[in-house]
Design a protein around this ligand. Structure first.
Ligand SMILES: C[S@@+](CC[C@H](N)C(=O)[O-])C[C@H]1O[C@@H](n2cnc3c(N)ncnc32)[C@H](O)[C@@H]1O
Length: 331
């Protein structure tokens, strides 16, 4: 049975994701990004008693929310999804019927000033999804060079004014080192610095806050979000059974491009294992012949789904969401 969770996060593309990932209703599934459990609960509502759902999240508050779900079919493990295969092995699960992920940050992470994700709410300049791992953005900005900061802002935020912003950050940190100004320690400090820098550089006014791209870039960098995603895609191609499904919701083109490439381009050679009784020489010839065959697609039947206007109007997070669903090819 499931106790109700605080409705602090409105799940995006709920029906489309669950309908898309769910095949066998008595199968085993992974929710790689539990958040507040909206997608997990919707899947549990459709699973039979023999079904199983393993949920992951690296955020301690997601773990606290997961503790409210009392259901024998459900297990939560607080780990990054790059460790999905290791977690499943620890649970003695060698393959699954589906994996889904709803990438990025949850509304509670953004809304809570103390997590340091938001330029709208002043808080410590942190941005880690797991505050026990890695370093907060404020620490990184104390030691990073102009070129390192500019590279992050350009690569992960597509920020045209990456150079001027990086120079302003490093100038501010140098002044702090000499006791002439405080270090950048709060989200508002950084947001104000970016606003001033863009205005001095004559950047055109735009509808979104001028710090949006820089905050996105620093968050992606400090949480290794793209490396995590690559690892999840790679592991999913091995852990999902033939006929099983992968469903990923992404929120910007850097993520969506990776998901698209992984499911439309990944190919593998037919796998070969020496059958018992076959000699080594004969098996080597057979393996070589198989490896020379055309490589086969790992995924088939990929679909792309965008939220309907109704959902985009009622949930601002849905505006940039893209859901891709793929089916694991038969061997
Ligand atoms: C958009 S929210 C998920 C919301 C969830 N689907 C729901 O309906 O409540 C994304 C969640 O993924 C988690 N997350 C992001 N990257 C992660 C990673 N590499 N490993 C584990 N969790 C991650 C975040 O901590 C956050 O809680």
């Amino acid at each position: 049975m499931t106790e109700s969770l605080a409705p602090s996060h409105t799940s995006v593309l709920l029906e489309a994701l669950i309908g898309g990932v769910l095949g066998k209703t008595n199968g085993t599934y992974v929710d790689a990004t539990f958040g507040r459990g909206g997608h997990s609960q919707a899947l549990l509502a459709r699973l039979e008693p023999e079904g199983r759902l393993v949920a992951l999240d690296r955020d301690p508050e997601a773990a606290a929310a997961a503790a409210a779900i009392q259901d024998p079919r459900f297990q939560f493990v607080r780990r990054p999804f790059s460790q999905m295969s290791a977690v499943l092995a620890e649970l003695a699960i060698d393959s699954v019927d589906g994996v889904f992920a709803d990438l990025g940050v949850s509304s509670p992470q953004l809304d809570q000033a103390s997590r340091g994700f938001s330029f709208m709410r002043d808080g410590p300049l942190d941005m880690r999804m797991d505050p026990g791992q890695g370093q907060p953005v404020s620490d990184w900005l104390k030691t990073a060079s102009v070129s390192e900061i500019a590279e992050v802002l350009r690569r992960y935020g597509d920020e045209r004014y990456a150079g001027p912003i990086a120079r302003a950050i490093v100038a501010r940190q140098s002044a702090a080192q000499q006791g002439q100004a405080p270090y950048l320690a709060r989200t508002r400090d950084l947001a104000d610095l970016i606003v001033q820098t863009l205005s001095r550089a004559g950047a055109p006014r735009e509808s979104q806050h001028p710090a949006t791209r820089s905050f996105q870039a620093l968050r992606i960098f400090i949480n290794h979000e793209l490396e995590e995603l690559d690892s999840l895609l790679d592991q999913s191609a091995r852990i999902i059974k033939p006929g099983g499904r992968l469903a990923i919701i992404s929120f910007h083109s850097l993520e969506d491009r990776r998901v698209k490439q992984a499911i439309t381009q990944s190919k593998r050679a037919a796998s070969f294992q020496r059958p018992p009784g076959m000699g080594r020489a004969q098996s080597a010839i057979l393996a070589q012949a198989l490896a020379a065959q055309p490589r086969r697609a790992v995924w088939t039947a990929a679909t792309r789904i965008r939220p309907l206007d109704r959902e985009r109007a009622s949930n601002p997070r849905a505006r940039s969401a893209v859901l891709r669903i793929a089916t694991r090819a038969q061997p």
